[in-house]
Design a protein around this ligand. Structure first.
Ligand code: SAM
Length: 259
């Protein structure tokens, strides 16, 4: 995200170059299904204006991994993050509010109230996230590793004192908390991403709670034990870390509603 793009203005507010780079490199991002489903939902009430919309905001955009995908479909795309949450947005001015992998940080009643304030009539809200579902060893001789994998990931998140609504549990609770009666749960296809052990540890290190934990506990790094457990799980103890490769299956969940 560099200030402006060809078709729309993207305002970059969250600035942390290294984190931004690590996000783009190690996080799975959002498959085309997410954008396609959001645009289709918007088009249900926008028949004449196929596939091009006016204005949207991406709430808690972080490094802008989700924000980018909207650029060619909106005249103006605004990404904001926590540091600038005081930004003033005019009443009834937006076609879409998007919130990617961040709704667990929000006060949902306030978020809903604000969406109601800033959206045009029929304007849409899309809340979506991904969660770690499974690990697949490349030589595939080890059967189903899912439950053990979930235990190892849960232990890591707990060791880092992770958020109680962390994405391990998914967004079902968030769906239940939303009051808007038009709300709709969208099941999305899973996506696999290839990692080796060091790159998967880098992915886990992009978890916000991990950085916070390491600031107050610099001498105990939960990532080390996490890496050892993953290596054992895929039975590659004898290999160098760089040669320990596998695929991670990410599950995606999405909630849509409109004003
Ligand atoms: C997992 S990141 C997702 C970023 C981006 N939407 C994406 O999909 O890549 C979560 C975002 O929530 C923001 N956030 C908002 N409130 C927060 C809070 N109380 N604690 C931590 N992060 C918070 C962070 O700044 C961060 O950009």
């Amino acid at each position: 995200m560099s200030g402006t793009s060809s078709n729309s203005d993207i305002i970059r507010i969250y600035e942390d170059k290294q984190l931004a780079e690590e996000y783009i490199k190690y996080r799975p991002g959002y498959p085309p299904f997410i954008l396609k489903t959001i645009l289709q939902y918007m088009e249900e009430t926008n028949a004449e204006n196929l596939n091009t919309f006016d204005t949207m905001i991406d709430v808690d955009c972080g490094s802008g991994q989700a924000t980018h995908m909207f650029a060619e479909h909106f005249r103006s795309v605004l990404g904001i993050d926590i540091s600038e949450s005081q930004i003033e947005i005019a009443y009834n001015s937006l076609d879409l509010v998007s919130c990617a992998t961040a709704a667990h940080w929000l006060n949902l009643p306030t978020f809903e109230r604000e969406c109601n304030r800033v959206l045009k009539t029929n304007g849409c809200v899309a809340i979506y996230t991904y969660l770690l579902l499974n690990i697949k060893s490349s030589d595939d001789n080890h059967g189903n590793l899912q439950s053990k994998f979930f235990e190892i990931v849960t232990k890591f998140v707990n060791d880092c004192e992770g958020h109680e609504k962390s994405k391990l549990k998914g967004y079902q609770e968030i769906f239940n908390e939303i009051n808007n009666t038009s709300k709709k749960w969208v099941s999305c296809p899973d996506m696999d991403k290839a990692y080796n052990l060091p790159s998967f540890k880098k992915f886990m290190a992009t978890l916000g709670e991990y950085s916070t934990y390491m600031i107050s506990n610099p001498s105990v790094d939960p990532l080390e034990q996490f890496g050892d457990s993953i290596k054992k799980l895929v039975c590659k103890d004898e290999l160098m870390d760089n040669d320990v490769d596998f695929k991670i299956t990410f599950g995606y969940q999405m909630i849509l509603f409109r004003k």
